[in-house]
Design a protein around this ligand. Sequence first.
Ligand SMILES: *Cc1c(COP(=O)(O)O)cnc(C)c1O
Length: 403
Amino acid sequence: MSPDSNESIARRGSDVLIGNYRPQPITLVRGQGCRVEDADGKHYLDLMGGIATAVLGHCHPALMRALDEQAHRIWHVSNLYNTRPQIELAERLVRHSFADRVFFCNSGAEANEAALKLARRWHRDRDDDRFEIIAFEGGFHGRTLFTVSVTGTPAYWKGFEPLVPGIHHAPYGDLAATEALLSKKTAAIIVEPVQGEGGVRPAPEGFLRGLRELADRNGCLLIFDEIQTGMGRTGRLFAHEHHGVAPDVMTLAKALGGGIPIGATCTTEAVATALTPGTHGSTFGGNPLAAACACAVLDVLIEDGVLDHGRRMGETLAAQLEAMASRLGPDRIVETRGAGLLRAIELTGPVGPVVDRCRREGVLVITAGEKILRLAPPLTIEQSELSEGLSVIEKAIEQEVQA
Ligand SMILES: *Cc1c(COP(=O)(O)O)cnc(C)c1O
């Protein structure tokens, strides 16, 4: 067996990596657009985009150019100095969102960690000792101790107790239950406009607006976790734009760098005042290589029309999934749902065998729970690629889910 085959690389990995992941039994070595290739030379259509991260597909020429040009200039100097890409990225995010100011970090969990710390600190600056956080059942916010405590699924935090205190969870979509948890101790409400990991569940109509009203009345901050929904994933640059409501703080990561690790905490002029010099930081935050890529992502999304293309593909994907559901019937498909190019097929049985069969047939998909197949393809995907992928998925569901 070649030492570079799928099988031997998987075996080597299982000898040296901490076993907190259970990777699919292939090793991806190359990608172009929506296609990737494994170590044995097999090709796949990628309908999961590195978990909603490769928003422009693999090896997009504009990203390669941005990374290469920056790689020849300067890589890293820390935030003890200004760097141009970080400032240019913040300018773009401010131009295209409600936000006035941005803090950069390296991941989604860190972006949320900063948002939650910011909320506490903002109240503390007003001599208000509010520290509680209201979050939602089924929500996912990351793996640091604060963000995993806020995450609304016990499986993510079991065994890591004691958790950060003062965190309450309401059922997603339930304004009355949320209101009942609010008090003079509440620092912030944190919510995903579409719950991603928790099953691709879009916020019910009026929910985000209702949370805005509750937060205003209570005097706490409203945080939108757009780590999975941001950067055009739902058809608008940020998912909350569909709801005609803005948060006090928005967090981004995943697609922000198009595949390069970077996160951002975006907020208003007023709330940003809570973080003065020395109160928070990140050695790598706003790293020039990452920021240069993220600038290119935003430019391609907006100026090259990829955002609009993605929205159109999201609409056709929704229609195609509906048609699939009616062909396969309620014995196999409970429902299809989502927004833009973040979609789910909820099955009547386990999704694992469907994912395996799709992969063997050359299509990569992910899950969002035991019975939920999730699709998050690059926004650059073409109609023909969607159709090709969906026909493989349909056959896999037909064969692997018992009617
Ligand atoms: C992925 C995700 C996170 C965590 O991001 P990491 O980069 O894995 O730390 C947080 N919130 C949401 C909504 C996510 O989808």
